[in-house]
Ligand binder design. Structure first.
Ligand code: ZN
Ligand code: ZN
Length: 649
């Protein structure tokens, strides 16, 4: 709206402000007022202060400036409006500004009312300012406005957020007037403080519920991993809103149930819900976990059509999705075209390059990020250590590790230590790795020890494997992967009796192993196979195709390699099923159901075995097909008879 000073006179001022739609409009209008030297009657400033305080695109500093420097705006209503605006923002200085406004209210001998205290308590809750909030609570009591339901609710909310559930409960019990917000605040407090069963009890006692009540409970259940209970509530809910869908979908995605996340996302679209950034980020993460590339591409296309700009969190999620689906080129295209390159997008790209076997490029990108003046965070260091590990650069790894701790002041955590053990272990420095673990200032966890055990396998160190492996199966005894890895190491070293012993222990403890499975996405449908699977509708064709593949690769020297494969198959699968491991069935299915020459992309939930690895290498040569297999540990890009991992995984 172009505003000219000539348009403005005191008579049309109000209608003028009514036309303002943005902070720029208001500022122009305000400038006109000043230029014309008009006095500032309260009605004229009220719209500016309200907009600047409360609109998401407002400017709270502008509101504060006007409030403090124009005498005509000194009404309790405007003071309250600005505190309310401060309560909505979670800035560092919101609380101190709110206190300044509160002081000014006193200086002017205005009496603060129920709204003033409601907004002040909200500000205290946002900043977790316990003692200050307690003072406001006592002022509320002194001023006899305790009975007001809004103030009461803000006090309950304040204590809940600050972790003082008992105080929240006391205020709740003493209130004469409770409404659905009071109940929600207390339920929310229980959820925040991990008291899910208390939250459920309150929920069941509520006289009336609204969507917020249901959502609080769902978020709480999801947060504590009770996904099935959350889903039950989700299904029972009378009306859902966007928050409900986001909570449930992100819950599935963050708790390792990506299939359900994607399924629910599809249901959400059927109901015609708007797709916000939070849900898209969650679904992209689910696609990464599943290796569901075409779903990921669908979201990317959707974003290109429906957003003017893709923000850095979404860009990072896209990069991560493409990288984890093995499409590093597409990942780097997203990175190249993202308009804002910050620590999130850089880190996603650095990690993506590292896990896809482009260690050198990954390290270069890390340096470029620093040159751009972007400070790496703890996750960036995990990415760069992973790059060092995959390229075998031990010294460089130590350099980055030390820089992180000593120069950047980032505390090394367990995942950083695990990267370092992996780095040393892969490079064959097993004893150094063990010493490194002994020197850790924090207690190593099973991931750190697991990295060492993995290294023992690569370098055939049975003696150390025995020590580390036995320690791991005692301390992490329900983790099937530990038993399998240890028994595989024994088998590979011709220690069949020891291997049998490990498997007996595993059976005795009734440890169920996660069955190995491979999935492949064809035309947007994810097909999953287990070893010896005969459940697929095209089973006959798949087995015929695999036999054909075996005939062809035998001609170029393939012999079934049984070393190290014995226990990749489960007990009941032992009838020579090495030949029908899940990834082989997936490759065969890929061959018959995708275009000649196109890439075959497979995601496996456990490590690929040696036999499958060498078979797929030859397959890639004979059938001139590139194959990408993502196993639990890393990516294998097979092409022309070799693999990007250089047979080292
Ligand atoms: Zn295999
Ligand atoms: Zn490989």
């Amino acid at each position: 709206m172009p505003i000219k000073p000539s348009h403005l006179n005191p008579h049309n001022l109000i209608s003028f402000f009514q036309k303002c739609k943005s902070m720029t409009d208001f500022k122009q209008a305000h400038a006109c007022l000043i230029i014309r030297g008009l006095s500032h009657p309260p009605p004229s400033l009220r719209p500016i202060i309200s907009f600047a305080s409360l609109d998401p695109s407002g400017d709270i500093d502008y509101a504060l400036l006007l409030l403090f420097h124009t005498p005509s705006s000194r009404t309790l209503f405007l003071f309250n409006t600005v505190i309310r605006g401060l309560a909505r923002r979670c800035c560092l200085d919101s609380l101190s500004n709110a206190l300044l406004v509160f002081d000014r209210i006193h200086e002017l001998y205005l009496a603060p009312n129920n709204f003033t205290f409601t907004f002040l308590l909200q500000t205290c809750a946002n900043s977790l300012a316990l003692s200050l909030g307690q003072q406001f609570h006592s002022m509320v009591v002194k001023n006899s406005i305790r009975g007001d339901v809004f103030v009461g609710n803000s006090i309950i909310q304040f204590y809940s957020v600050c972790g003082r559930l008992d105080d929240a409960q006391r205020v709740f019990d003493e209130s004469n007037e409770l409404d659905v917000v009071s109940w929600n605040s207390l339920i929310n407090g229980c959820v925040r403080n991990g008291k899910i069963s208390d939250a459920l009890k309150l929920f069941n006692k509520m006289p009336e519920r609204n969507t917020v009540s249901w959502n609080s409970l769902i978020s709480g259940l999801v947060k504590f991993g009770c996904l099935d209970n959350a889903r039950q509530i989700f299904d029972e809910m009378p009306t859902r809103n966007l928050v409900t869908w986001v909570a449930m979908i992100s819950g599935y995605s963050q708790n390792g149930r990506p299939k359900e996340a994607v399924a629910l996302f599809e249901e959400m679209q059927l109901f015609g819900w708007e797709l916000n950034d939070a849900v898209l980020v969650s679904v992209l993460s689910a696609c990464s976990q599943l290796g569901a590339l075409s779903h990921g591409i669908w979201i990317h296309t959707y974003l290109q059509k429906n957003r003017n700009k893709i923000d850095s969190i979404l860009s990072a999620a896209l990069i991560d999705m493409y990288a984890k689906c093995g499409s590093i080129n597409l990942a780097m295209q997203v990175f190249g075209s993202s308009f804002l390159k910050d620590v999130f997008t850089y880190t996603a790209a650095i990690y993506g390059l590292a896990i896809n076997g482009h260690g050198e490029e990954s390290l270069c990108l890390f340096e470029r990020m620093k040159d751009e003046g972007i400070r790496p965070d703890r996750i960036s260091y995990i990415a760069v250590l992973c790059a060092c590990s995959h390229t075998g650069q031990v010294e460089k790894g130590f350099y980055y590790f030390n820089t992180m701790v000593n120069v950047q002041g980032i505390k090394a955590e367990l995942d950083h230590y695990a990267c370092m053990v992996d780095l040393l272990g892969r490079a064959g420095l097993l004893e150094e790795a063990e010493r490194f673990i002994a020197s850790m200032p924090i207690k190593p966890d099973n991931v750190v020890w697991g990295a060492l055990l993995g290294a023992c396998r690569i370098h055939n160190d049975v003696e150390m494997a025995q020590r580390v492996g036995n320690f791991l199966i005692e301390s992490d005894w329900d983790h099937d992967g530990r038993y399998i890895l240890l028994s595989n190491i024994y088998v590979e070293s011709n220690k069949g009796d020891d291997a049998e012993e490990v498997r007996k222990t595993m059976r005795r403890r009734r440890i169920k192993r996660v069955p190995g499975s491979s999935s492949i996405e064809v035309n947007g449908v994810v097909h999953e196979f287990v070893a010896g699977d005969r459940s697929h509708e095209k089973t006959d064709e798949i087995y015929l195709a695999w036999e054909e593949i075996v005939r062809e690769i035998r001609k170029v020297g393939h012999t079934a390699e049984t070393k190290g494969v014995v226990f990749d198959v489960d007990e009941e699968e032992k009838e020579g099923l090495v030949g029908y491991h899940s990834e082989k069935l997936a490759v065969a299915f890929g061959l018959i159901s995708t275009e000649p020459g196109s890439l075959i992309r497979i995601v496996k939930n456990i490590r690929i075995c040696r036999d499958c690895h060498s078979a797929i290498k030859l397959f890639s040569m004979v059938f001139k097909r590139k194959v990408v297999v993502r196993d639990r540990i890393r990516f294998h890009h097979f092409e022309g008879g070799s693999c990007s991992c250089m047979d080292y995984w």
